[in-house]
Design a protein around this ligand. Sequence first.
Ligand code: ACO
Length: 310
Amino acid sequence: MSGIKILGTGKYVPEKIITNDDWAKLVETSDEWIVQRTGMKERHFAADDETTTSMGAAAVKLAIEDAGIDPQEVGALIVATVSADNYSPSDACLIQRDLGLRDNMIAFDISAGCSGFVFGLETMRGLLMSGGFKYGVLVASEILSRKMDKTDRSTCVLFGDGAAAAVISLDDNSEYYSCIGVHGDDELIKVPVPNGPIYMDGQATYKFAVSSVPKLINDVMEKAGVSPDDIDMFLLHQANLRIIEAVQKRLKQPDEKFFININKYGNTSAASVALAMDEAKKEGKLKPGMKVLLAGFGAGKTYGAIIFEW
Ligand code: ACO
C-alpha cells in the first residue's frame, strides 16, 4: 500500500475567545458542567469579516510555507467543511483564486461532518495515486458559531471555529491503511440549510461514538497488522474528552499517545483532527517513522480511521 507524506501543516484560529464563563452569562450553564461533561474550557469564534474561505486560505498558505514547496506544484485542493461560505462556488475554488494557485488543478469541497479530514485524506491519496501532479493540499475550515442556536445550551457550548491544512505527497516507502464508512443518518446530528441551527442528539451521538470508535480503531489496526502498542500517536476527533478517555482506556495506552486540544477549541467538526495534527507537529510530538492513527466520526454517521507513517 503506497503511503503518504505530510510535508507541511498550518492552522488559523480566529482571535476571539469565548470561555465557558462567557457562555454562563448567556445561557443557564457553568464552567464546571462544561468541563466535567466535555473537557472544553474555551473555543474561538470568527469575526464578522472572517469566512471559511479566508480562514482556510490562511491555513493553506502556512502549510505550503511549512512544506517549503512551490505553490504552483499543488495539483489538488480539497476543503472539508460543513459550513462552507456558499453552496457554490466551493471554498476550494475561492482559495485557489485568493492564493493565486495554478488553474489546472482539481479543487472541491467535501461534507462528511467531523470525519471530513479523514475522508479528505483518503480522497487526496486516491487523487495523488491517479498521477499527474506531485502535491495535494487538504484543508478543513469551519465557522460553526454561525450555525448554532445561541439559546440552546445543549449544543451551543460545544462548538467552535477554526481551520487547519496539510500538504500531502505520496511516499512509496511507507505504509497506509484505512477503514472508512457511513451508516447514512440524519437523526443524530444535522446542520440544516441554509444556516442551521445545529441539531444534535447528544446522548445518542455519545453512544454511537463510544461503541463505534474503538471498533473502528481495532478494525484499522487489524488491517495494518499492528496492536495499540505499535501506534505512536492517536489523533482523534475532539468531540468530547470523555469519548477520547473511553477509547484510551479500552486500548490501555498512556496519556502521552493521545493528543488533546479540545480544552482550547471545543468541537470544530472537520477541522478538529487537522488542528490536532498541526499542533502535535509544531509541538515536536510527531517524528519521522512514527505510526500515526487518525480517527473521526460525525454527522451522517460517518466514520473513518487511517494509520500512516509520519
Ligand atoms: N449546561 C448545563 N446543563 C446542561 C447543558 C449545559 N450546557 N446542556 C444540557 N444540560 C442539562 C440537560 O438539560 C440535562 O438536564 P436534565 O437532566 O434536567 O434533563 C442534563 O444537563 C444532562 O444532559 P445530557 O444531555 O444527558 O448530558 P450528557 O451527559 O449526555 O452530556 C453531551 C451532553 C456533552 C453533549 C454528550 O452527550 C456528548 O458529548 N455527546 C457526543 C457529542 C459528539 O460526540 N458530537 C460529535 C459529532 S458533532 C458533528 O459531527 C458536527
